[in-house]
Design a protein around this ligand. Structure first.
Ligand code: FUL
Length: 450
């Protein structure tokens, strides 16, 4: 589906009625649409790129931000070529420096509009564009006071009205307290529960960009996965009822992370996990980390542990001081793509004859096939009904267990420790209502065949 269709569906599709016999939470049309983007990229780029920091203090001189040869088209083009399906730019990180000329502060770029450059690049390449706007602002004098909330909403309004369709709005829960704050240089502690008045801000996002999904520790559309390692829990339910760290009310910046990893079976809200992780140890580019870029194999492993567990993978690939991606990151991304393609090149279950008897699904393959990876997808418009799937293969006339999974949802990948060769496979499904499997696919890793 191309970018235009993607955004159109997100904004227009009607709500589904609850399917009979199932009372669990269901995805909204915008969530179902977002589900198609399994692998997206985060671009952490800003003042920290030039000061070699991860969290700027907020007192940085705006002139320090000076990418020598910004190539947004090149960055987005290489990401798209490597199979990245959407990009999110850190339009403002905790240091408060805005990458677009905003009416709200002088602490921003002046002439060049970096947000415009990236949003245009994404449009040209046909992939959706999203925005990260840090709620914590260590530069702004009004931070911690009611006036800042209006400033934050004004910034969000600029981002959501000037750059065309936005597919995702990313609200970070981090807040370290101390900062420059217009020269006050003090610690400002906010009440995470009340200060930001999130429901009103989310309403603003809904009004300005009805197709956009909203990400935060508590959604409402996508939830933080509870860690920054790029791995979802197992199981990882798309349903979730967030709980605060102390067991009380949750809010952005205050969730019990272990629950975010697994979700809540029978949680009242559909809120799949998004796994944010950096290709490097840090989120921003640092020369010293050029030698610490994750390998293609490590990225593939993260893919199995995120996308393969019904979450999406938001992989940070930070531009360098030139305003380009470094060779090390590009090589690794391309290697990762090759491994993915080799692992999932040909669906060996294509054309299989399916017979269902109750909750047992029997697949007779066209001929004996050797495979080491299984992909299952549930039709999530009917909710997450499957509790468990036992996979059995017929080997020399005998059925034997090949493995099992618990939650399925949008995508479940199961790697088998050994290659299995068979022409018949069956799935024994335990489900809370009639299971709605969308597809079963089998793959053999081409890399390991030679
Ligand atoms: C965290 C931030 O503090 C990091 O700097 C980074 O932006 C990451 C994605 O979220 O909470």
């Amino acid at each position: 589906m191309n970018r235009r269709d993607f955004l159109a569906v997100a904004a227009q599709a009607p709500l589904l009625a609850a399917p009979r016999g199932f009372t669990g939470a269901l995805p909204s049309p915008r969530q179902r649409n977002r589900q198609k983007l399994e692998l997206t990229a985060f671009l952490h780029f800003g003042m920290n790129t030039f000061t070699d920091r991860e969290w700027g203090l907020g007192d940085e001189d705006p002139s320090l931000f000076h990418p020598e040869a910004l190539d947004a088209d090149g960055i987005v083009g290489s990401l798209a070529d490597a199979g990245i399906q959407g990009v999110i730019l850190t339009c403002k990180h905790h240091d408060g420096f805005c990458l677009w000329p905003t009416e709200t502060t002088t602490h921003s770029v002046k002439g060049d509009d970096i947000v415009l450059a990236f949003s245009n690049a994404a449009r040209k390449r046909g992939i959706p564009f999203g925005v990260y706007l840090s709620p914590w602002d260590r530069n702004n004098a009004a931070y911690g006071k009611p006036a800042y909330i209006e400033i934050y909403r004004h910034q969000l309004t600029e981002l959501l009205t000037r750059y065309g369709p936005i597919y995702e709005v990313w609200h970070d829960g981090a807040n370290g307290g101390d900062g420059y704050y217009g020269g006050a240089r003090e610690k400002r502690v906010i009440d995470k529960q009340t200060y930001y008045d999130w429901p009103r801000t989310w309403e603003l996002v809904r009004q300005l960009q009805p197709g956009a999904v909203i990400f935060s520790d508590v959604g409402p559309d996508l939830r933080w996965v509870g860690n920054e390692d790029g791995t979802a829990g197992d199981p990882c339910w798309a349903t979730y009822d967030p709980v605060g760290e102390d067991g009380g009310l949750a809010s952005p910046g205050n969730v019990r992370a272990k629950d975010s990893m697994t979700g809540t079976r029978w949680g009242s809200q559909w809120m799949p996990a998004e796994c944010d992780v950096s290709i490097r140890p840090g989120w921003f580019w640092h020369a010293a980390e050029n030698v610490k870029v994750k390998t293609p194999g490590q990225l593939l492993d993260l893919y199995y542990k995120s996308v393969g567990r019904c979450a999406s993978l938001l992989l940070n690939v930070p531009p360098n001081r030139k305003g380009q991606l470094s060779r090390e990151d590009l090589d690794s991304l391309r290697g990762f793509q090759k491994l993915r393609q080799a692992a999932m090149s040909e669906n060996l279950a294509a054309g299989a004859d399916l017979k269902r008897s109750g909750k047992t699904w029997n697949y007779r393959l066209k001929s004996p096939r050797a495979f080491d990876l299984l992909r299952l997808r549930e039709k999530t418009e009917f909710g997450q009904r499957i509790e468990r799937v036992e996979i059995e293969a017929r080997l020399r006339g005998q059925w034997s267990s090949a493995g099992s999974v618990t939650s399925v949802g949008a995508c479940r990948l199961l790697r088998f420790p050994d290659v299995i060769t068979t022409d018949e496979l069956r799935l024994k499904i335990t489900a809370s209502a009639e299971p709605r499997l969308h597809e079963l696919e089998l793959f053999r890793n081409q890399e390991s065949r030679s």
